[in-house]
Design a protein around this ligand. Structure first.
Ligand code: HEM
Ligand code: HEM
Length: 177
């Protein structure tokens, strides 16, 4: 029966690796930006570097993750209620978009401000566009807005996963480990 295979099928090892490493890097990017401290301090310089590193790694891993997903697919959804299945697809799509768009906005914001992105300790300069003050304001507003909005989207996603485990007692959370 289709529902049986959907309930026992697991994510592949690479998919699980990408999911949790990207989760940890996003948590680190958030932590870094929250604790960075006032302008001009060493703390701000250090934590900003952590934020840039974590965020850029998210983008690099997102490319590999999407390639893997398109190549190998994912196990069929577990939800039997059409609305829940639709919602989970919608949230997963939003999360995939987020791991590309959010770091890209961060990089574009810095570039539009007239600087390349430099990753501390790594000889690489990322310059996708030149200086553009109006665009900088747009990229910054979008980055801050989406960054803060996704606390809620990711919170909802995590709550849904925990509800599957604790309330519906199905395999949803286990198959991502
Ligand atoms: C998935 C990755 C990322 C997440 C989740 C994220 C999240 C955030 C959030 C939530 C803020 C706003 C903090 C506030 O409320 O003021 C922020 C600010 C910022 N982010 Fe990111 N970010 C990511 C990637 C990046 C990247 C790759 C860069 C650049 C290389 C970057 C550069 C910045 C800068 C410069 C700010 C400060 C904006 C300002 O207040 O002037 N971010 N980020
Ligand atoms: C930054 C945080 C997170 C992001 C960006 C994220 C992203 C995603 C994406 C895109 C998928 C769909 C995978 C696919 O179909 O290829 C997914 C699935 C999943 N995530 Fe997350 N996730 C995050 C955090 C979490 C957390 C905190 C939990 C658990 C508490 C969690 C549990 C799950 C589970 C159980 C699935 C599988 C759902 C299913 O089989 O239908 N995720 N996640």
């Amino acid at each position: 029966m289709a529902t049986y295979s959907a309930a026992t099928e697991r994510y592949t090892k690479p998919a699980i690796f990408f999911h949790w490493v990207i989760f940890l890097l996003i948590a680190l990017a958030w932590l870094a930006i929250e604790v960075r401290g006032p302008k001009g301090t060493d703390s701000r310089a250090f934590w900003s570097n952590v934020h840039f590193w974590a965020g850029s790694l998210v983008l690099a891993l997102a490319v590999l993750r999407l390639a893997w997903r398109l190549w190998r697919g994912a196990p069929a959804g577990i939800d039997s209620i059409a609305l829940l299945s639709f919602l989970s697809r919608l949230v997963h799509l939003a999360l995939y978009l987020f791991i590309f768009v959010q770091p890209l906005l961060g990089i574009l914001m810095i570039n539009a401000g007239g600087h390349p992105v430099t990753l501390a300790g790594f000889n690489l300069q990322i310059a996708l566009i030149g200086p553009d003050p109006a665009a900088r304001t747009f990229f910054k507003d979008a980055h801050v807005l989406i960054g803060n909005l996704f606390y809620w989207v990711i919170g909802l996603h995590a709550l849904a996963a925990i509800a599957h485990h604790v309330v519906f007692r199905d395999n949803t959370l286990r198959r991502m480990f």
